[in-house]
Design a protein around this ligand. Structure first.
Ligand SMILES: Cc1ncc(C[n+]2csc(CCOP(=O)(O)OP(=O)(O)O)c2C)c(N)n1
Ligand code: SF4
Ligand SMILES: [Mg+2]
Length: 272
């Protein structure tokens, strides 16, 4: 088996929840049974993106907000690859929002992991589209005046076939990634990842509960939307975690017979 750890020393702050995510990703990849020699990762720009240096897997540390088109390109280049993308909330919901929406619409078979710490952490804590109202920092001394949007509802509305949220805990991260990898189609996972410096946990951990434990029907779109509405990223009453929605729909790359004929070598060997 490939050793997916690297010798690069993490530069995340001590106690950063990205360490939990990294451990969860490693656990999922090492126990999921997927061929790691045919697995590629893509990251955006931000604290989350440093994960690219700590995983011994090929891929691309991409541009800010451009993870989805790179993942889609990899899948079209070689549909046999397992592809996992990593973004931050700024990356996925601000700079790259349009790509995130279209990724759900395309339903290409890859997994998108968004580390949501509700700030642009690498650039020292400015608010993002999921920051709660009233949040103050140096660029917003009077507090955020705009409503955050709800990425779970957005992904459901855009047609995503696998929509999940977990807290940044090794076991939660690992088990949801294993389910996402098994899913045929676009799988979206948001991880609530407190930033211990610029946006610590403001009570999330105490309010989370498991959708699986309450018998949520993940094939029911209306039930998924209703569950998504329980947490508006603004006020914390209860926070459902787990898989909100999972259904089958046609997969983008499977709609091209030419792509289906590609062997493990991808486009190499195809006479165009
Ligand atoms: C197109 C572009 N705009 C802005 C930046 C500056 N920038 C680099 S990292 C970053 C914040 C990233 O925030 P997020 O995606 O939430 O990741 P986090 O650091 O919170 O993990 C920004 C704005 C950039 N590199 N490229
Ligand atoms: S600034 Fe926040 S997200 Fe970035 S490494 Fe430090 S704790 Fe983690
Ligand atoms: Mg962020």
């Amino acid at each position: 088996m490939i050793n997916i750890s690297t010798s690069v020393r993490p530069t995340w702050c001590p106690g950063c929840f990205n360490f939990q995510i990294l451990a969860g990703v490693k656990k999922a990849l090492e126990t999921s049974g997927i061929n790691l020699k045919e697995t590629a990762i893509v990251a955006g720009i931000g604290c989350h993106a440093k994960i690219f240096d700590y995983l011994n897997l090929p891929g691309l540390n991409s541009l800010h907000g451009r993870v989805p088109p790179v993942c889609l390109g990899l899948k079209i280049g070689n549909p046999h690859l397992n592809v996992i993308g990593f973004s931050g909330d700024g990356d996925a919901y601000a700079e790259g929002l349009e790509h995130t929406i279209h990724a759900a619409r395309y339903n290409s078979n890859w997994t998108y992991i968004v580390h949501n710490n509700q700030v642009f952490a690498l650039t020292i804590g400015e608010p993002t589209p999921t920051t709660e109202m009233g949040f103050k920092e140096k660029t917003t001394p009077l507090g955020v005046k705009t409503q955050p949007f709800n990425p779970i509802k957005l992904m459901l509305a855009a047609g995503a076939t696998f929509v999940a949220r977990v807290y940044a805990d090794v076991d939660q991260v690992s088990s949801v990634i294993k389910e996402a990898i098994k899913h045929k189609g676009f799988s979206f996972i948001e991880i609530l990842q407190p930033c211990v410096i610029f946006h610590p946990d403001i009570g999330y951990k105490e309010k989370i509960y498991s959708l699986e434990k309450i018998g949520h029907d993940k094939t029911n779109y209306e039930a998924a939307m209703k569950k998504a509405e329980e947490f508006d990223y603004n006020t914390i009453k209860k926070i459902p975690t787990g898989i909100f929605y999972q259904v089958k729909k046609p997969i983008f790359e499977e709609s091209f017979p030419q792509l289906q004929k590609l062997g493990k070598q991808g486009w190499k060997g195809i006479n165009r």
